[in-house]
Design a protein around this ligand. Structure first.
Ligand SMILES: [Zn+2]
Ligand SMILES: [Zn+2]
Length: 247
């Protein structure tokens, strides 16, 4: 099925013009040459970032390679790799994917990841790549999980199994974005769980968690806590867009 999808995309990309997901100009690539050049020069992954949480480092943090917050209160995850800033050139395409259901943007965003970041990460050994899950209720409303739509299209080691059925989420009614950091941390406790069928296979493994956006890091921290409580030895975050350092 995946092979047929790839062949179809390959053929259609040569026959049909497509709109650049950044500037909207019709041409043959999902990101036009000009936008790809700008993205390549501006992307967050070019900068010195905290190895643990992905924030850009201040001058006095560069030697440590970690931000002060991660030194003072180390999160449960071990590393974070982010493609770009939330307020950068890819934000609009991500919004079109999430809020207008434009799945074509998932192809474009994943191709940006594959072009600019996948090469640096291909030697990273991990047993699983898990998308941050939506609750069943949210999944029914939106119709798809944007993190899975991106994760299933990005390149990773052949030994890494992508699976959207291992990490699960309870439904939660509160709107997370409107709450402050402490409340978020509290609100998110107990929200994630591991599908018992997969629990034995996680023992001692390294796991990549893929999220479309990382803001406070509370969600990914809670996920890492749950994974490590279930025997995972190492948790690495792969994030499409990272918000800036608070304050
Ligand atoms: Zn463009
Ligand atoms: Zn940090």
């Amino acid at each position: 099925m995946r092979l047929i999808e790839n062949i179809f995309q390959d053929i259609s990309s040569h026959i049909l013009p497509t709109a650049c997901i950044v500037c909207g100009v019709f041409q043959r690539r999902s990101i036009c040459v000009d936008c790809a050049t700008l993205l390549d020069s501006e992307r967050l992954s070019n900068y010195e970032c905290c190895q643990q949480c992905g924030l850009t480092l201040l001058a006095n943090e560069i030697q440590e390679q970690r931000c002060q917050e991660c030194v003072n209160n180390p999160p449960h995850f071990d590393k974070t790799f982010c493609l770009d800033r939330y307020d950068g050139r890819l934000q609009s395409a991500l919004h079109q994917l999430k809020y207008q259901g434009r799945i074509a943007c998932a192809h474009g965003l994943a191709s940006a990841w594959n072009e600019f970041l996948a090469g640096d990460l291909k030697t990273l050994q991990s047993s699983y790549l898990l998308p941050v899950p939506l609750s069943q209720e949210k999944l029914c409303t939106r119709g798809f999980n944007q993190s899975w739509e991106l994760a299933r299209r990005i390149q990773c080691s052949n030994h890494t199994h992508k699976n959207p059925h291992i990490l699960m989420r309870h439904h939660h009614r509160r709107q997370q974005a409107k709450e402050n950091r402490v409340n978020r941390q509290l609100a998110i406790q107990g929200m994630f769980y591991i599908n018992p069928a997969y629990a034995p296979s996680l023992q001692g493994s390294a796991v990549i968690v893929f999220d479309d956006v990382m803001t406070s890091g509370a969600t990914l921290n809670e996920i890492a806590r749950v994974l490590k409580d279930n025997g995972v030895s190492r948790v690495i975050n792969w994030v499409l867009l990272r918000t800036r350092r608070p304050g």
